[in-house]
Design a protein around this ligand. Sequence first.
Ligand code: GLU
Length: 386
Amino acid sequence: MNEGSSLSFEPELARLSSIYGKMKTLVIKVGSAVLTASDGGVSGRALSMIAGEVAKQRSRGVSVVIVSSGAVAAGRKTLSLGRKPLSLALKQAAASVGQNRLMWSWEKALSRHKITAAQVLLSPYDVIERDRFTHLDRTFETLLSLGIVPVVNENDSVATEEIRFGDNDQLSAKVAAMVRAGFLLILSDVSALFTTDPRIDPFARRVAYVPAVTPDIRKMAGISRSGLGTGGMSSKVLAASDGALWGLPVGIVGGMKPKAIERFFLGKEGTLFDAKSVTRSSKKVWIGYFSRPSGSLVLDDGAVKAVKNGKTSLLLPGIVRAVGGFAKGDVVQLMAGDGQEIGKGITRLSAMDIEEKPLPGGVIVVHVNDMALMEYPNDQKEVRSC
Ligand code: GLU
């Protein structure tokens, strides 16, 4: 296989143990296929297995956030809707009924270990809008500081095709970014990324370690599919490449058997999609990955170089032009002359100020503290570690 990188069939045990030892917050994503019993309802057995593992992590001081699918599946069962395709309204109704069941099941499973569960239902605008993001961030922080395990799902009863996170693999990567988790572990009905589909190819090999998600890895993920759930393997790999952007290593492991977390970190099963660990402030996570820019600033070469070191604010003379009608306080993209995005930042001047008003040259347009770069220089470590 020519990956142009050190993709490996052997687990990187030292890396796994380093992540395990260092992580302070772990996000576990549990897919519908793992949670759903053969009769279509929520599987008490699966939940109790996972709750036991969550308790183990909690007892060694690791905060845990669960991203749980299964609301629609549980609602289908309760409303006897079978497996037929549902209208959006029926799907939303099923999710409303099922979410309740799902939460009740989590609460029961976790309370056996004296763990309190909290429900958090999210819609995209909860993370896009700065105020809502800030409140959400504080809610997560408070829940975790109280030793509570948040159980997160998309707010399916209001989600439409256009306005939704996509699937819970994507949602879990976003939640992990928000809580600045040290690791995201996806519990799935497939145990790892394989070179080909293991159900039809006896020579399919488990890829144990992926240093970076390359186009070849994406291709492989398209071949090695998950049978159930909305996402499939390609969506898990997408979540992993999203995660890598914000310094989050991501793992996939089979969630149907006991001790999934243990099996994964001992390297016995699963795939580790590695990422260079970077820790960022909540504000920079929001600017970099959740905000919607209202325009862009094109920088000259000198400014690009200066800004890329991660220690310098963007000054007015470094701007070649402002694009779009943005206002002071909006998020803008920072672009190089060749059209490459360098990062994003909150502008202190409107587009009109920049284009029309004569201003002193030394004026700061985007302060370094209000700037999130695409590639973080190694020395740009920030507050609140993973
Ligand atoms: N939010 C959906 C549910 O709870 C699941 C979406 C997904 O699995 O990606 O049924």
